[in-house]
Design a protein around this ligand. Structure first.
Ligand SMILES: Nc1ncnc2c1ncn2[C@@H]1O[C@H](COP(=O)(O)OP(=O)(O)O)[C@@H](O)[C@H]1O
Ligand SMILES: [Mg+2]
Length: 511
């Protein structure tokens, strides 16, 4: 069967020129006969496959491009051989040089009888373009992924304040779909006064002014579509995009944070109230504890007085009776003072405070406990600084502290062999006054030292464990602290540390 020859009228010179034109074309051009054998391939085509003309011409296309590639474009080839122009765009696994992304056109050539005499191939290699497109798409998708999944609203605007992008978190935060706000002024999302002034902010910045928000971030208010406003933390960055300056705003909803802060404040108030209740409950425990001593003393002395009266009735000696009755009277007054002070505290009143001499308080308490101290064979020493300034405290409360500390000391030594020494020291140390109660008892084990001030901690069979917590709480009420120290086996020491009262100091300096 005769192949259709070149158009009549073209001479050798023209044919040669035509061939040169096709050779100089950067696209891959080839023609196949009706049996799919190459008749011609241009220079670009040959170069692409790395072959010489005689390695191509007369060979079946399948031999040149490989079976896999042939099957890939077969549909397009068949269509062209059926008389219809065809195209193939996509990856083709060429055997000689691996996969290439091509844009292929397959055009039939017809014989005079109308049958397909062959086809012309025009192939453009788009691999690089395609790779660039794919990696750009990946980069784009990456960015999209970040924007889409970010928990914070991310909004970009241009130099005129018009919204360029609006991520899903922004949609949720403001109640607008991205499509509704793109191209609109971002001030839409702000309540007054930012709403009116935002354009000025940007203009001011673009004209070289200082931005109040770029690079730093600050708290702003945003406005939801429904008109509700919310506190937001805004940070703004600037970047060059699509040939112009753009701004990206990242908005974090801090309403939850604000609510949590408010909750924390309420909880703190509650805590303060609870602490007050705790002090009151300590006091309630303390009342039982505190009153037990004077009442026991009163009871014992009343008992004694009864027998003394009985004896006096016989020998007329009334001195011992007088003494006992005096103790009963003073202890009763003391119980009364304690109760008054408790009542004031429960009523929320200020304590009865005044400038007091710590030394005088010590003397009183030692007298008060004299009987108990002597009965237990304890020797009591007082080492008091005569220069000690007065200090503004609630006298009864300091007495309560001292009574507790002295009784604990006596109780600690009462079952012990060997010396039983109790020392009460007052001294000044810089800006503070120290009142120390020291004993020669067994001391306090390391483990127990950690629990001393916890309510209900006691190592005594009949202990209440209320004494030291009460002391610590009373010390705090007087601006003082209570410190415990002990080397187990070598006694214990409790020190009340009070700040020197400045007003009293000045008075003393003048007087
Ligand atoms: N001077 C001390 N020497 C040894 N242990 C002490 C001394 N003072 C307090 N403690 C220990 O601290 C515990 C708690 O004392 P406190 O709160 O006054 O309660 P209570 O005297 O009712 O036991 C005591 O049970 C005791 O174990
Ligand atoms: Mg006690």
């Amino acid at each position: 069967m005769e192949e259709q020859g070149p158009e009549v009228g073209l001479g050798d010179a023209e044919l040669k020129e035509l061939r040169q034109v096709i050779d100089s074309c950067p696209a891959l051009v080839a023609s196949l006969d009706r049996h799919r054998h190459y008749r011609f391939a241009n220079r670009a085509y040959l170069y692409w496959f790395g072959l010489d003309p005689d390695q191509v011409e007369g060979h079946h296309i399948r031999e040149i491009i490989g079976e896999e590639a042939y099957q890939t474009i077969l549909g397009a080839l068949d269509q062209a051989y059926a008389g219809e122009s065809a195209r193939y765009d996509g990856w083709v696994p060429y055997q000689p040089m691996g996969p290439r992304y091509i844009s292929g056109r397959y055009m039939p050539r017809f014989a005079e009888d109308g049958s397909v005499a062959g086809i012309t191939l025009l192939v453009l290699d788009r691999s690089e373009e395609q790779r660039a497109r794919v990696s750009m798409e990946a980069a784009h998708q990456h960015t999209r992924g970040i924007l889409d999944t970010a928990a914070d609203a991310i909004i970009t605007i241009d130099g005129r304040g018009l919204i360029r992008s609006f991520n899903p978190a922004a949609e949720r935060m403001f109640g607008y779909r991205a499509g509704e706000v793109l191209g609109r002024n971002v001030s839409l999302l702000m309540p007054s006064p930012d709403h009116e002034h935002h354009d000025d902010y940007i203009r001011h910045y673009l004209e070289g002014g200082k931005a109040r928000v770029i690079g730093t971030g600050r708290e702003v208010r945003g406005m939801h579509r429904n008109g509700e406003t919310m506190p937001l933390q805004l940070s703004v960055g600037e970047f060059e995009g699509s040939g112009q300056r753009q701004f990206v705003g990242i908005l974090h909803d801090i309403s939850r944070l604000r609510r949590a802060e408010e909750d924390a404040r309420v909880r703190l108030d509650e805590l303060a109230r609870a602490e007050r209740m705790q002090v009151l409950s300590e006091l309630a425990g303390g009342i039982a504890h505190e009153l037990s001593h004077p009442l026991t003393a009163i009871g014992a002395r009343a008992e004694a007085a009864r027998s003394q009266v009985f004896a006096a009735g016989r020998n007329g000696e009334m001195k011992a009776l007088e003494e006992s009755l005096e103790v009963i009277v003073s202890q009763t007054e003391r119980a009364g003072r304690i109760l008054r002070s408790m009542r004031e505290m429960v009523g929320g009143n200020q304590e009865k405070v005044g400038p007091e001499s710590l030394n005088a308080i010590v003397e009183d308490v030692v007298v008060l406990l004299g009987h108990e101290i002597r009965r237990n064979g304890v020797r009591c020493r007082k080492v008091l600084d005569p220069e000690l300034p007065h200090v503004t405290v609630d006298r009864v409360q300091i007495e309560q502290i001292l009574v507790n500390l002295l009784r604990n000391a006596v109780e600690a030594m009462m079952d012990q062999q060997g010396k039983r020494e109790l020392t009460v020291v007052s001294r000044r140390d810089g800006d503070s006054l120290h009142l120390e109660v020291r004993d020669s008892g067994p001391g306090i084990s390391e483990a127990n030292q950690a629990h001393l001030f916890q309510p209900f901690f006691t190592t005594k069979a009949a202990g209440l464990g209320q004494g030291l917590p009460l002391c610590a709480s009373l010390a705090r009420r007087n601006g003082a602290t209570l410190e415990a120290r002990s080397t187990p086996g070598h006694g214990a020491s409790f020190t009340l540390v009070l700040p020197v009262d400045r007003t009293v100091q000045r008075q003393e300096a003048r007087g």
